[in-house]
Design a protein around this ligand. Structure first.
Ligand code: HEC
Ligand code: HEC
Ligand code: HEC
Length: 463
């Protein structure tokens, strides 16, 4: 007879980790380094419009992750803790500086009242547990409860939680009128992401492991500890000094997969040239009259010089044959991508207009002619903003801005999720059948939360 392993009256189960230092590539981690486990939850998705991760990330995570909190790890590497039942959890081993030493790249779950144990971080699938020399320290005490991390949201949303920090500390040097290092960190919207989110991604500022599988990472290879962004916050970057609270937010935003929206209501919405059924059929502007005129202007005025790595997109949707789902970080072509040269919040501040516009007219005057004697001469492409081709490109961007305002993005006040999202939420019983998104206000963060809660295990009380 197998004894019953679960208890339906409980809403949690317990997990015993015997020794976190046992595992692939864990040999170099000194005993005593790991102080806590960060317990994370992979959040179920109610709907999908494409096989990609957009617009959650640009080439990174496909899902949102909730930071449940931390549990202590004992000197001998053991941990014993409660976990909410039937939820998809995974772990990140943290050192005394809260830096991530190792990350679990999958998820597991525990049944109500069940106790699971595991060896390290991890043993190989083909090995068996060795008889324990001694009872793990954590097994000698009661199971720890997960402790919430103070001062950070459970689920991050980049425009809501991170952009204000950049606005306060970074944009004075990283905006269209002062673009140090050619980096824009403003929250202005591009066709799919904000400029800051896109730039932090393509300049490799966070180590999220990207969309890679079967990678056996070294300790400290992924997470905040190895993210160049963290080095910009501690006073070493042009005197910028963030508060401890701000640094903490950025740290845990990175640990929770560095996503752009913090809601699944963003899926399939708020994009110009977005993907649906893996085709770029969502508000694709390539055949809009404004875009055809702008493409004609770009072909006549720009492409003779803009070749190879510095080609320009011909319209707001033009990916220039770059893989959208596996962008090669630090590929020079990404510097003139549609995601950064078009500013749909402030069209006149678009890089594609400022670059070729003469300095006297408020542009960068960035375009040059390279002569036979290798001397470089400034090439005034647009002497002023009256140039009809300047106006054609501006009209294309303005049309994109208007369309975006009409379809709305998750970070806009009047945001409307896709009808399919509302339909699914009604099917799941999260929204009443009578709910009318045109008349009632939608709080996507609250609806998502109710959806996840609807899947949580409810203990069976009595018979
Ligand atoms: C922080 C390090 C770490 C800790 C601690 C950890 N894991 Fe994992 N886990 C991993 C990694 C890394 C993988 C992915 C391994 C791979 O694909 O090679 C993984 C994968 C898994 C998988 C999927 C296995 C598969 O075949 O795909 C399960 C199940 C799992 N872990 C359960 C657990 C349990 C139970 C515990 C203890 C409570 C635990 N893990 C603790 C790092 C960890
Ligand atoms: C006082 C001006 C100033 C402020 C404020 C500032 N930066 Fe910079 N930043 C620069 C300059 C100058 C460069 C270009 C030279 C260089 O790379 O060091 C630069 C370059 C960069 C780069 C590109 C280089 C690299 O490491 O990849 C990034 C990313 C960056 N900054 C991020 C930030 C962030 C994030 C903040 C806010 C926390 C910030 N900066 C605040 C002046 C500033
Ligand atoms: C005579 C050659 C030439 C022409 C024509 C030209 N450019 Fe350029 N452009 C350059 C060079 C050279 C650079 C600097 C090197 C680079 O970024 O590739 C440059 C830089 C740029 C940049 C990057 C600015 C930056 O600092 O990141 C943009 C954007 C740009 N050009 C847009 C345009 C647009 C739009 C047109 C057409 C309306 C155009 N260019 C026409 C030569 C040219």
């Amino acid at each position: 007879m197998l004894p019953k392993r679960i208890d339906e009256s409980k809403s949690t189960g317990t997990m015993l980790l015997t020794n976190v230092y046992i595992g692939q590539k864990m040999g170099s981690v000194k005993k005593g380094t790991i102080k806590k486990l960060l317990v994370m939850e992979a959040l179920p998705k109610p709907i999908n419009f494409t096989g990609g991760m957009d617009p959650l990330t640009y080439g990174g995570s496909f899902t949102l992750e909730r930071l449940l909190g931390t549990v202590p790890v004992e000197e001998d590497g053991s941990a014993f803790f409660e976990v909410p039942a039937n939820r998809s959890v995974f772990f990140i081993a943290l050192d005394e500086n809260e830096d991530s030493v190792k990350r679990m790249h999958s998820f597991t779950s525990v049944m109500p009242g069940e106790m699971l144990s595991c060896i390290g971080c991890h043993e190989k699938r083909t090995t068996v547990a060795k008889p324990a020399q001694a009872l793990p320290l954590a097994a000698k005490r009661a199971a720890s409860k997960i402790r919430k991390i103070e001062g950070i949201p459970g689920i991050f949303d980049f425009p809501r939680d991170i952009q204000p920090i950049l606005d306060k500390n970074c944009v004075s040097c990283h905006q269209p009128s002062k673009r140090d290092g050619n980096i824009l960190l403003t929250g202005d919207r591009g066709p799919m992401f904000s400029h800051s989110y896109y730039n932090l991604t393509i300049h490799g500022q966070f180590a999220d492991g990207r969309n890679r599988t079967h990678a056996k990472y070294e300790p400290y290879e992924i997470g905040a500890a190895s993210s160049p962004l963290m080095e910009k916050l501690n006073g070493e970057h042009y005197g910028v000094q963030l508060s401890l609270g701000e640094i903490k937010k950025i740290r845990y935003w990175i640990e929770s997969a560095a996503v752009y929206p913090g809601t699944y209501a963003s899926l399939g919405s708020g994009m110009i040239g977005g993907y649906q059924k893996n085709k770029q059929e969502l508000n694709n502007d390539s055949q809009w009259p404004t875009s055809l005129r702008a493409a004609d202007a770009i072909r006549r005025r720009c492409v003779s010089c803009h070749t190879e790595k510095s080609t320009l997109p011909l319209n707001l949707s033009d990916e220039r044959k770059l893989s959208f789902w596996k962008p090669e970080i630090r590929n020079k072509m990404l510097l003139t991508s549609r995601h950064i040269v078009f500013n749909l919040t402030r069209p006149q501040q678009s890089l594609i207009l400022l670059g070729p516009l003469a300095k006297q007219a408020g542009g960068y005057g960035a375009c040059f002619i390279t002569g036979a004697d290798k001397k470089i001469k400034p090439a005034e492409i647009f002497k002023n903003t009256e140039d009809p081709d300047y106006q054609a490109i501006l009209a294309m961007i303005t049309a994109g801005k208007n369309k975006l305002n009409e379809v709305t993005r998750f970070d806009m006040l009047n945001f409307k999720p896709r009808p399919e999202y509302i339909r699914e939420m009604k099917r799941f019983g999260v929204l009443p059948e009578s709910f009318d998104p045109t008349k009632e206000k939608v709080d996507p963060y609250l609806i998502d939360q109710r959806y996840w809660e609807s899947l949580w295990y409810q203990p069976v009380i009595g018979e």
